[in-house]
Design a protein around this ligand. Sequence first.
Ligand code: ADP
Ligand code: MG
Length: 361
Amino acid sequence: MAKITLDNLAHSYLPKPESEDDFALKELNHDWADGEAYALLGASGCGKSTLLNIISGLLIPSQGRVLFDGRDVTMAPTAERNIAQVFQFPVVYDTMTVEGNLAFPLKNRGIAPAEIAPRVQKVAAMIGMEDQLSRKARGLTADAKQKISLGRGMVREDVNALLFDEPLTVIDPHMKWELRTQLKKLHRDFGHTMIYVTHDQTEALTFADKVVVMHDGRVVQIGTPQELFERPAHTFVGYFIGSPGMNLFDAQIEGNRARIGEATIDLGARYAATGRVQIGVRPEFITLSTGGAGIPARVSRIEDVGRHKIVRLDAGGSEVSMIAAEGEPIPADADRISFAPEGINIYADDWRVAPQGEEAA
Ligand code: ADP
Ligand code: MG
């Protein structure tokens, strides 16, 4: 297992990149702690696979270095890095049996057959294929082949890191949960450094200790699920994580007060924000009232999603989402919304601004 350091890393697929826009991966400095389980989360095309392939050695970065436990491996081929990588689509040997496929990474490293057999049995149980070990991979469904690919990624115990690139995409939904549980268990049992790429927030938040959120070639936040929820560092994190995502309001700020349209809001702390200033409030921190202080808004739709209700409001032409408890009444004449102070985040040009006094923390 290893700590993985990304030092000044960036990548462009163009031979002569001219501006930042030409970089699929913008400059990045980060340590992946030894033995931690990370999710790399972001929308399609944001650079997740590019980053993963640089770590595994499938891609040489156009700038910067990759270090494993302080050793520069930037130019080292994949095999030398001693990692396992599982891709979105199956990579299996069709002419080999399931058992042969699972044993392959071990045989390849010269592991003794007596050690291979029990390990293959164990992994076959994890992927639910114990009773198909002697079948040829050819003719199996894409789903089964992908499970074999996962198994091959999990079979070695001596790897520096395990990298998964959207490995459950072709897996049947009810099996996804089971396999994710197995991956977590594998992490608990062996403590490998794991990086799990996904565009699905639920997958990321349930799998990882730390989530690395990418947007447009850039890492915008690294944090625990709770940090991403409570203090999104970038408006994209607020929008991408949570269901529905964070509401954003254009605002002017002066000290500890903000103006949103005609309404004045007490922020509970002082801020110094310049550029495009927005207030971000998650739907969980919005309350509804009739008359009094607050921002004028009208209920336009109520969606009952079981555990709670999502109330959609129209606030001067912009849609605002609010979450209300199952039994909470929604008065028909409600015409104001307000924010719970602990749910307020301030953004300047999309980046979170800490309240004065918090910066040092
Ligand atoms: P993700 O895995 O998050 O979907 P990728 O890392 O695959 O994103 O892609 C990031 C960006 O780089 C995208 O704009 C994509 O079109 C581009 N890209 C990916 N692979 C290549 C390649 N081999 N050549 C040129 N551009 C690429
Ligand atoms: Mg990808």
